[in-house]
Design a protein around this ligand. Structure first.
Ligand SMILES: CC(C)(COP(=O)(O)OP(=O)(O)OC[C@H]1O[C@@H](n2cnc3c(N)ncnc32)[C@H](O)[C@@H]1OP(=O)(O)O)[C@@H](O)C(=O)NCCC(=O)NCCS
Length: 390
């Protein structure tokens, strides 16, 4: 079988809810990343054989195959097809898996995997809430309700369940959130994100223009005391807004090729896909799945946790990476080395290839070999990708 290589990565800097990136239509935001991948490789746009794009809320501005609309808004020719993927928060990590599988099979040689979400313009949950409000029903079918009686699937409830099951204290979660900001600040100030960020032109309220290059969610004045004082989301719980991923607008993407694609584009690989896993797990606790998924990925790839140099475990809520650390025994200094979604924001469908962009760049800057990415996803799912930097 052919190998799958990542030859270019790109992401926008995140924007806060209603913030700097909220003026960008998600289709144009995704197109900007596609164009940047072409610029970064000098690839002939006509050689791209498919664009696979993750997006969670495929309604409103993100409806009607957001991937195809992004292709049409980009420099790619109309001959390049596209499809939109919903694997919930792991949508663009799944897009990467589909792209890698396509080039490994030899069915295609050059594929873009990308993701986008404007949570300002298409709020989380809108794809369910809007039809329900207008009399078009709910996804909880009678059979589903019979199997999960009285259950309202909720990531907020899941985050608390994970904290409870793994016996994580509020202090541990708060300390983790502070560290996420600390690392994101250090990464930003040292220029660690510079190569991966696609500058976006934004118009400020006074009409002046600015290039957006710094993740807006980072609190440069973050303090542990400040984090400890944020009110609990649920009475008797342990999670607060400070230990949750931030609502975010953003897009990201990677260009994936096989050996024939490397030759056709005349480019060098940044990383090789070593292993891909996706699993289904308990949908009620929902966010625990990265733990069994990581065990499965390590076993199937014949690697040990200590063989992996850097980890990206999506910070949907602090309980997810803290429980993951506790269970896997991974070295905390290798996890989310540039901060995570608590500080940087989590643009849902845009996060999978965002984390991969950061992972590949961080491996490169540190001269390290193996990276592992995993994300918790609605429905109790989790993807794992292991890459080798080349
Ligand atoms: C948790 C959540 C509801 C909070 O939304 P919000 O209330 O708009 O968040 P804010 O940023 O306004 O924060 C709330 C308060 O906490 C404070 N706060 C948040 N983070 C803080 C920090 N690191 N330090 C100090 N204060 C902080 C804010 O200043 C704000 O205070 P205020 O009410 O006095 O203005 C939202 O971020 C969310 O839904 N996150 C999860 C998204 C999600 O589910 N993604 C999928 C994952 S599975």
């Amino acid at each position: 079988m052919a190998e799958a290589y990542i030859v270019a990565t790109a992401r926008t800097a995140g924007g806060k809810k209603g913030g700097k990136v909220s003026g960008w239509h998600p289709v144009d935001l995704a197109a900007k990343v596609i164009d940047s991948l072409l610029d970064r490789t000098g690839a002939d746009p006509a050689l791209v054989e498919d664009v696979i794009m993750g997006c969670v809320s495929q309604v409103g501005e993100q409806a009607i195959n957001v991937a195809r609309n992004a292709v049409m808004a980009s420099r790619l020719p109309e001959s390049v097809p596209a499809t939109s993927v919903d694997r919930q928060c792991g949508s663009s990590q799944q897009a990467l898996h589909f792209a890698a599988q396509a080039v490994m099979s030899g069915a295609m040689d050059v594929v873009i995997a990308a993701g986008v979400e404007s949570m300002s313009r298409v709020p989380m949950g809108l794809s369910a809430a809007l039809p329900a409000k207008n009399g078009f029903g709910n996804y909880m079918s009678p059979e589903l309700q019979k199997k999960y009686p009285g259950i309202q699937f909720s990531q907020f409830a899941g985050a608390e369940m994970v904290a409870k099951k793994y016996d994580l204290t509020k202090d541990q979660l708060d300390e983790y959130a502070f560290e996420s900001h600390r690392r994101a600040i250090a990464a930003t100030q040292s220029g660690a994100f510079k190569d991966e960020i696609v500058p976006l032109e934004i118009t400020l309220p006074d009409g002046s223009k600015e290039m957006h290059t710094v993740d807006e969610g980072i609190r440069f004045d973050a303090s542990l005391d400040g984090i400890k004082n944020v009110k609990l989301l649920a009475e008797g719980g342990r999670i607060t807004a400070a230990t949750s991923s931030q609502i975010c607008d953003g897009a990201s993407g990677v260009l994936v090729v096989n050996e024939a694609g490397l030759k056709a584009l005349g480019v060098k690989p940044l990383a090789r896909i070593v292993h891909m896993t996706v699993i289904g797990h308990d949908p009620v606790i929902m966010l625990e799945a990265p733990i069994p998924a990581t065990h499965r990925a390590l076993k199937k790839s014949n690697l040990k946790i200590d063989d992996i140099d850097l980890f990206e475990v999506n910070e949907a809520f602090a309980s997810v990476p803290v429980a993951w650390l506790k269970d896997t025994g991974a070295d905390p200094s290798r996890l989310n080395v540039n901060g995570g979604a608590i500080a940087l924001g989590h643009p849902l469908g845009g996060s999978g290839t965002k984390l991969m962009t950061t992972l590949v760049n961080a491996l490169g800057k540190r001269g390290k070999k193996y990276g592992l990415q995993t994300m918790c996803e609605g429905g109790g799912l989790a993807n794992v990708t292991i890459v080798e930097r080349l």
